[in-house]
Design a protein around this ligand. Structure first.
Ligand code: FAD
Ligand code: UDP
Length: 382
């Protein structure tokens, strides 16, 4: 039995997976989280009045092409098949999203076949050889009408800035299909845990060598009590924002309960700029295997992250990336015993499957370094 003692800061997927891997190696792990629950932003809990499973920090659909990650999560909870089909409510009507043949045919009132779409869109798109930002990417793929109807207003609300300032990569997350497939994701494996994400993360953390402490805020002075620390909180927060705060969007929700079916779908996006919320989720539709007469609806609003808000989406504007470099240099040049892992600690827009993949890789890498007494690279970021 190894008597090394490790601290993991954050009980989201990143922290839970690292804790588990170290615990299985025989190390003693203390995992802390400042919140009063585990699972980070993936936290789910049953609504008190209706018993509906609510994704407290926004809807989470697990999707991945990585079989190892899929097998890993399935070993900690049953994932029910779930296909995310989003509806876009726009100035020109209600359409299917992601952009597919039904969307295009209904939007332009045409009856195209798959092999006719590319030619049709050619007459609509703006000729931009190397799209440099979100707007250029959208215009070069879809043209003005689709861009302004579906993306311009929503993106301004979601990110709080002009889409010209945002990287093209944000748009590339969404498929554009020339058939009637309306699945929001392309991933091979998709699902939602039957008992929620919090139960799944609880199972990952359930190991004799892991001690969990909630409502415990990390301070750097804790480093001296441990052989190594794995930090999954915000990278700028770790340094008390000494070079400045990185840009994050955060979201907040307005919750209402109704009888019956409120909107007939789990997610409806509101693409018009003058509708203040970005999307509305009706949580019982994320669990179609359950039956509920009542319903819980959350309207999602996006805003800039302030002092006491939880950071959600890293903006990664050019000024942020400059700041990030300063923090990363500080990590590279320090001799501290702290590693930075996960979405917030590496300031990247990462889905759950990536976060789990990287936490598994980092834990294996760390254990290998310990076994072979090699120096540990402390910033895990591909
Ligand atoms: P987090 O879940 O943020 O966990 C970090 C933890 O660290 C938190 O619990 C926090 O309280 C704790 N912490 C921070 N600082 C401190 C401190 N100083 N002391 C103690 N504890 C601290 N991904 C998908 O794959 N599919 C989806 O459908 C999807 N939908 C999303 C919807 C929204 C609205 C958002 C915001 C994200 C979505 N994601 C989705 C991404 C997903 O939430 C992240 O990939 C995942 O939560 C990252 O896990 P993490 O452990 O790195 O970070
Ligand atoms: N987006 C949009 N309109 C929509 C849906 C998405 O403009 O109806 C843009 C928006 O900028 C968003 C990005 O596409 O941030 C990626 O969409 P995704 O659904 O992946 O966002 P997330 O799940 O991260 O909220």
């Amino acid at each position: 039995m190894e008597n090394k003692k490790y601290l993991v800061v954050g009980a989201g997927f990143s922290g839970a997976v690292i804790s588990r891997k170290l615990a299985e190696k025989g190390f003693n792990v203390i995992c802390i989280d400042k919140r009063n629950h585990i699972a980070g932003n993936c936290h789910t809990e049953r609504h008190k009045l209706t018993n509906i499973m609510v994704h407290k920090y926004g809807p989470h659909i697990f999707n991945t092409n990585n079989k190892d990650v899929w097998d890993f999560v399935n070993s900690y909870g049953e994932l029910m098949p779930y296909k995310n089909k989003v509806i876009a409510n726009t100035e020109r009507g209600v359409f299917s999203l992601p952009m597919n043949l039904l969307t295009i045919n209904q939007f332009f009132k045409v009856k195209l076949k798959p092999n006719e779409v590319e030619g049709f869109l050619k007459s609509k798109i703006v000729d931009i050889k190397e799209p440099k930002n979100f707007e250029e990417q959208a215009l070069s793929m879809l043209g003005n009408e689709l861009y302004y109807n579906f993306f311009h207003g929503y993106t301004k609300k979601q990110w709080g800035c002009d889409p010209k300032e945002l990287p093209a990569s944000i748009l590339k997350r969404l498929p554009v299909r020339f058939n009637y497939n309306d699945n929001y994701y392309n991933s091979k494996y998709q699902g939602i845990p039957k008992d929620g994400y919090t139960a799944m993360v609880g199972n990952i953390l359930n190991h004799d060598n892991i001690q969990l402490e909630l409502e415990k805020e990390y301070t750097r002075s804790m480093n001296q009590d441990f052989d190594h620390v794995f930090y999954t909180g915000p990278i700028d927060g770790y340094f008390d924002n000494k070079y400045g705060r990185l840009g994050y969007r955060t979201v907040y929700f307005k919750e209402e309960s109704f009888k019956g079916d409120y909107q007939g779908n789990a997610v409806i996006n509101y693409c018009e700029e003058n509708v203040k919320y970005t999307r509305v989720h009706e949580h019982k539709h994320f669990a179609p295997w359950e039956n509920h007469d009542d319903t819980v609806v959350l309207k999602e609003f996006s805003k800039e992250t302030e002092q006491n808000d939880d950071p959600y989406y890293p903006k990664r504007l050019p000024a942020d990336l400059k700041l990030l470099r300063l923090y990363k240099n500080e990590i590279d040049n320090s001799n501290s015993n702290v590693s930075f892992v996960g979405r917030l600690a590496t300031y990247r827009y990462l889905d759950m499957d990536k976060v789990i993949e990287e936490a598994l890789e980092y834990a294996n890498y760390f254990i290998e370094c310990i076994d072979s007494q090699k120096r540990v690279d402390k910033l895990f970021s591909k």
